[in-house]
Design a protein around this ligand. Structure first.
Ligand code: ATR
Length: 270
């Protein structure tokens, strides 16, 4: 059996072992996929031990995506733009890293949620690792305008500067107080507010008519989604992104693209 894993801390709650087991069953791939908790200061040695024992690939989750990027001898362009790796290929001469988060979000939006990005205006809330992973793919999918909003505006500006020229979209960085009067077609919450903390004050007119509010956190009704519903926007949590990024990792490892619909339906119900 070929061996794969998700490495994080904490990782016990991860749905990835279940998702990949479903993909493997549906596509007839002989593989195992387990969750491995790495000590906070022990990511590199945990991956190296897994690789030395025959591990062929791994997903990386919080808080190690930046460290995974630095661990790899070589990376994909999308990992370099995100400065983060969520997919490790370990069965080559040297560890190789990719980032499937952005493509996962775009596939969920376009295929599962029937939200076409072309020509749309997008607000990306947050400028940390989660936002870095999805900003360019949103631009590549045809978004006309991407505004990155963050409490620490310098971080938002750094993200925008990093993408300048790489993304087709018009880019702008700002703080939350500067948002009033703009209606966005899509608002993506890529802050860690879904997990804890207070939602920043958002203007009531944040959403254009028919807008979609997307929280990258999955499996909970966050303060952001409650705000968006009250403002009349359509809402989605990050379940579809989770399944789609997993499918892309599975494809990288196995060369087979699993059907995501059944897994997503089961995850949403479960
Ligand atoms: P991740 O990798 O999940 O993005 P991170 O790099 O620590 O985690 O980034 C967390 C993001 O959530 C940041 O954009 C952070 O904003 P600041 O850079 O201004 O700190 C944002 N964030 C966290 N708590 C927040 C809150 N209460 N209100 C608004 N933004 C918040």
């Amino acid at each position: 059996m070929d061996r794969y894993a998700v490495i994080g801390n904490p990782v016990a709650h991860s749905k990835s072992p279940w998702i990949h087991a479903e993909f493997a069953r549906a596509t007839g791939q002989a593989m195992t996929y387990v969750a491995i908790e790495a000590p906070r200061d022990g990511f590199a040695r945990t991956v190296s031990a897994f690789r030395a024992s025959g591990g062929r690939g791994a997903n990386v989750t919080l808080p190690f995506k930046g460290e995974a990027f630095r661990y790899c001898a070589a990376t994909s362009e999308r990992a370099r733009l995100a400065q983060a790796v969520n997919t490790l290929v370990l069965d080559r001469d040297e560890p190789w890293g990719d980032n499937t988060d952005g493509v996962g979000l775009v596939r969920d939006l376009e295929q599962n949620l029937a939200f076409a990005l072309r020509g749309r205006s997008v607000l990306l809330m947050g400028a940390g690792g989660a936002a870095q992973g999805v900003a360019k793919p949103l631009g590549d999918a045809g978004a006309a305008r991407i505004v990155v909003v963050n409490r620490d505006v310098a971080k938002a500006q750094a993200l925008v500067d990093h993408l300048a020229g790489a993304s087709g979209a018009a880019l702008r960085a700002c703080g939350y107080a500067e948002l009033a009067g703009e209606g966005f077609d899509l608002v993506v919450n890529a802050t860690s507010v879904g997990l804890s903390g207070e939602l920043p004050v958002l203007p009531k007119d944040l959403f254009a008519p028919g807008a979609l509010a997307y929280d990258m956190v999955y499996g909970r009704d966050t303060a952001f989604l409650a705000f968006a519903r009250a403002a009349g926007a359509r809402t989605a949590d990050g379940s579809g992104m989770l399944v789609e990024q997993a499918a892309e990792s599975f494809f990288i490892w196995r060369g087979v693209r699993p059907d995501t619909r059944a897994v997503l339906t089961a995850l949403r119900v479960g």
